[in-house]
Each structure stands twice: as C-alpha cells, then as structure tokens.
Design a protein around this ligand. Structure first.
Ligand SMILES: Cc1cc2nc3c(=O)[nH]c(=O)nc-3n(C[C@H](O)[C@H](O)[C@H](O)COP(=O)(O)OP(=O)(O)OC[C@H]3O[C@@H](n4cnc5c(N)ncnc54)[C@H](O)[C@@H]3O)c2cc1C
Length: 337
C-alpha cells in the first residue's frame, strides 16, 4: 500500500475545492484494502473515488483516505448476457465505452458520467431514462471495522432514485468491485427519454445502435456542461447538486413539471423550483456560481472555497423552502472530515 504525499483534495475533486489530506493510501489491490483496514480501520476513514460527488472541506484533513485505484476486470458469458466484474477504481465512462464497443447493452444512457465503478452503486447513478441498478448483479465490499469481505446482492442494496443503502454507510465500507449483467444487443431500446428521442429524431422507445445512443447522450450532456472539460468552468461541479423532489401529487406547486414515479408519487423539477425562487443561471455567491448552462449545477467559477459552495447551496434550499415549503435534498456528500 503506497502512501501519497502532498495530496490536495482540490486537485482530486471535480469541484476543485478541498484542503490537503495528511494520510492518503493508494488502494490498488484487495490486499491493499486489508492493509488499510488493518492500519486505519474503524468507522472513521474516507474512501475517495474520482471526487465527482463530494464537497471536500477547505481545511487540512487528518482523516485517513483510501484512494481507490483497483483496476481489473473479468467477464463470463451467461446465455445472451455477459457478467462483468469490474474493479472499484476503474473509470466509469471507459467501462461504458467498452461495453458499447463490445455490443453490450444496459449502461449506454449513463455515458459521460464522471467517477469510478466503485461509486456507481452508491447513489444509483442515473441519467436519460435509466439507472445503474438495472444492470448491477452484486457488489463486493470490505467492512472497515472487521476487514471481512462480503458480497451484497441487489435486494440488500435497496436501490431507489439516487439512493442505495450504501449511501448511508460510506465511511464504513470499502467497495472492492461491482458485478454487472449486460445484454448482448447491438441496438438499445432505452430511448424513451423525450430529449433523447428528439435528438435522434426517432419515436420514444424505438431501437437505435448502441453507439448512436452513446454519441447522442454525449452531445446532449456537452450542451449542458455535464461532460468534464478542463477549459470550461461550468463543468467544475458535481453534476446536479440537488435531487428532483418526489412528492405527493397535491404538494407539487401549480405550474411545476410533473413526472410519473414508480413509488406512486410524482417527481417534480428542482431546477423549476430554484428558478421560481429567484435564482438564474450564472448567479454568484463568492466564487461559487450556478452553472451558466444548467440550473441544478453549482460550479467553481475559479476561486471558490468549499464554504462558498455550501453557502450557495444553503441559500438556494432556504429560498425554495420559504417559497414552496419543499425541502430540496442535496445530491453530493458534504464531507465533515
Ligand atoms: C459533470 C458531472 C456530471 C455528473 N452527472 C451525473 C449524472 O448524470 N448522474 C449521476 O447519477 N451522477 C452524476 N454525477 C455525479 C457523480 O459523477 C457520480 O455520483 C459518480 O458515481 C461519483 O463517482 P466518484 O468515483 O467520483 O465518487 P466520489 O465523489 O469519489 O465519492 C462519492 C461517494 O462515494 C464513496 N465512494 C467512492 N468510491 C467508493 C468505494 N470504492 N467504496 C466505498 N465508498 C466509495 C465516497 O466515500 C463518497 O461518499 C456527475 C458529476 C459531474 C462532475
């Protein structure tokens, strides 16, 4: 297990904020996980993937960090399905690109999402009409308090919209790998999302080649600054900062968009609520800014601190609460380490 020095969180997070961490261990193999747990294990460590869904504090960080770099994968065929077990440190979008190249369907609408394989089940990443839960078979993790390895099944993961039970336990478990079940299919039918169907000029649900769908998603995401780009500060974000509220139908404000939700409730638009509460794209607070291309993204316009980001988030949630009596839920983890 290699110790990494001069590890500034701002250099390893997409929001580009965060102080220097004093203890950072590079985790490149299952035995590195065991070494880490042996040395620092209890329930007070932090696991870092690609840093694309966290707000790291500005101060010096003493909490030990496991920096996930396990890069390995294996595959086995099961009829028309292929089961791929991928190491937690692998890049999510490279995994998606490979699946599309190999004619494996299931994750193509999740193209362009930053971060690692290991983080993908934690908040059940989702975009453009699909969620990763539809492809996950199991997750292998190590309990940081005991060093014991366990395989967690899909039932135990309790996946919901932007949630799995792992989200509540991220300072206790270290995910080692994730097993996905993808279908051999050259065309994708995950084209129900209206914006995607419009972009491709097809009827919703009409099959299209996997690659065409991936390309369409990448283009749509680029137009909203949802693909990381060194040159565009609108992409220095955690993606959407707020989750679209799922509410009883009668609680949705008049005029707000409503989408059917599998829970029987309806999902409304956090962006609509934020805009109706008086915020516009480009609104600034210190160095933090609402993306000029996407109301749900809080960005670092250049010199933001974590404090600026959190203050802007608080400003938005309190205005929305005042106006609509709705509690916006934030998507990233604000680290208290
Ligand atoms: C431009 C942009 C666009 C985005 N678009 C989307 C989108 O469309 N849909 C979506 O769902 N998300 C989106 N996101 C959010 C983010 O990319 C995902 O949540 C991603 O899965 C986070 O991965 P990560 O490796 O960067 O996790 P990190 O930010 O490093 O960590 C996130 C959480 O997971 C925990 N964690 C990470 N790896 C492990 C592990 N191996 N074991 C245990 N715990 C672990 C961390 O402790 C932390 O609590 C976007 C982010 C950005 C910056």
């Amino acid at each position: 297990m290699r110790q990494l020095k001069n590890f500034k969180l701002a250099d390893h997070t997409t929001l580009r904020v965060g102080g220097t961490a004093l203890i950072v261990c590079e985790i490149s193999s299952p035995s590195d996980i065991q070494d880490f747990v042996h040395e620092y294990g209890n329930d007070n460590f932090f696991v870092l993937g690609g840093g694309s869904n966290i707000v790291a504090p500005d101060h010096e960080i003493k909490t030990p960090i496991a920096y996930m770099q396990i890069i390995n994968s294996s595959a086995k065929t099961d009829g028309e399905y292929v089961e791929i077990t991928a190491g937690a440190g692998m890049n999510w979008d490279e995994f998606v690109a490979d699946a599309v190249d190999q004619g494996l369907s299931g994750v193509e609408t999740l193209s362009g999402i930053p971060g690692t394989i290991g983080a993908s089940p934690i908040q059940n990443i989702g975009a453009y009409g699909s969620e990763v839960k539809n492809t996950i078979k199991s997750v292998q993790l190590v309990d940081g308090t005991t060093g014991k390895s366990r395989i967690i099944t899909i039932e135990e993961l309790n996946f919901k919209y932007r949630y799995s039970m792992l989200k509540d336990l991220t300072s206790r478990f270290i995910i080692e790998n994730v097993t996905f079940r993808l279908k051999r299919e050259k065309n994708s039918k995950i084209t129900n999302y209206p914006q995607v169907a419009d972009f491709l000029s097809i009827n919703p649900g009409e099959p299209v080649p996997l690659k065409s769908l991936r390309n369409a998603i990448m283009e749509i995401r680029k137009s909203k600054a949802m693909i990381l780009d060194e040159k565009d500060p609108n992409t220095f974000s955690v993606g959407s900062f707020f989750i679209n509220p799922v509410l009883e139908k009668e609680k949705v404000p008049s005029g707000a968009p409503m989408y059917e939700n599998e829970s029987g409730k309806v999902k409304t638009s956090a962006a609509w609520l934020i805009e109706q509460s008086g915020f516009t794209k480009g609104f600034r607070h210190g160095g933090a800014m609402i993306s000029q291309k996407h109301t749900l993204a809080i960005t670092n316009s250049g010199n933001a601190t974590a404090e600026d980001i959190v203050e802007l988030s608080n400003l938005i949630t309190s205005k929305v609460k005042q106006k609509f009596a709705i509690d916006l839920i934030i998507e990233p983890k604000i680290l208290n380490i």
